[in-house]
Design a protein around this ligand. Structure first.
Ligand code: HH2
Length: 282
């Protein structure tokens, strides 16, 4: 199994949505050249992986035809993959195939079904849990025991992938995918249950709706996605503390700072022996 962390810290995956309709950054990096620029910014900010997606999976999102998704994703993967590890966020086999041919080495699969594709190409695979599909998943999600059900499905899919020969397998609870606010909070509170499976865990809470609801002020008005950095950082930090090996985020620079402080291997690192003589009183 590959190392789930760099020498210094857990991994940070930067979100690059080449879409007009993603819930937080839709339209911002829709043009190929804008997306490539944003990818380079994430590299400069310390992203370990840039996750390129051409189809929104927000609740109610419409499906994108395969030709259009290819048009959005492939040139961006091609441009960034010589400079950083690239994953492709897709549920379509043809898009995964083309992205791998263009240089992606990780398939980020929110349907948790594409392990045969990863096996065929010899690349890594992320299995994310979801209940339903984006069109209907937030209508009335129900579980008897959300943590056990998510763990059991991911463990089973990961075992199938391992049997098929996939060497790098990540599991992800799929925060916000067919889950109520309470389901999301319970999954976060019990992340150690996923970590205990022995598979490296990826967590994506960045700017998601439950942060806006839980963090709302006294007026009860949900916080807009543009103002959810505090909740995003708090939950990423919590996930790393619980043993997640990677977090998927919009705000790479801030999260890299957090990842350098928590979830890191204990022992001599790059700051070994450093004394505090900074001018800002720290
Ligand atoms: N969340 C989103 C998309 N892909 N992949 C993984 N592994 N885990 C996640 O939690 C996850 C994901 C949704 O967020 P985003 O990409 O920011 O928005 P949109 O789907 O609207 O493009």
């Amino acid at each position: 199994m590959p190392e789930a962390t760099t020498e210094e810290r857990a991994l940070v995956m930067g979100i690059l949505n080449v879409t007009p309709d993603s819930f937080s950054d839709g339209g911002s990096w829709f043009e190929t050249h804008q997306a490539i620029m944003k990818g380079h910014e994430m590299i400069a900010d310390g992203a370990d992986i840039v996750d390129v997606g051409g189809e929104s999976s927000r609740p109610g999102a419409a499906e994108v035809p395969v030709e259009e998704e290819l048009r959005r994703v492939v040139p961006v993967v091609e441009a960034l993959s010589p400079h950083v590890r690239v994953s492709v966020d897709t549920v379509k086999e043809a898009v995964a195939d083309a992205a791998v041919a263009a240089g992606a080495t990780l398939i980020n699969d929110v349907s948790a079904t594409l392990w045969p594709v990863a096996a065929r190409h010899g690349v890594g695979w992320v299995a994310m849990h979801r209940q339903g599909t984006p069109t209907t998943m937030q209508d009335d999600p129900r579980y008897d025991d959300v943590v056990a059900e998510v763990r059991d499905l991911l463990a089973a899919r990961a075992a199938s992938a391992a049997e098929a020969g996939v060497a790098e397998i990540w599991i992800d609870p799929g925060i916000g995918f067919g889950k109520t606010v309470d389901h999301n909070l319970e999954l976060l509170a019990c992340l150690d249950v996923l970590v205990a499976t022995g598979r490296p865990v990826l967590v994506g809470t960045s700017r998601k709706g439950f942060l806006g609801v839980v963090g709302a002020g006294p007026d009860g008005v949900p916080i807009p996605s543009s103002d959810r950095l505090p909740g995003s950082l708090a939950t990423a930090t919590w996930a790393l503390q619980q043993g997640a090996g990677m977090v998927r985020v919009h705000d790479v620079a801030a999260t890299v700072q957090a990842a350098l402080l928590v979830g890191r291997p204990v022992g001599p690192g790059r700051n070994a022996g450093t004394t505090l003589d900074t001018e800002d009183g720290s």
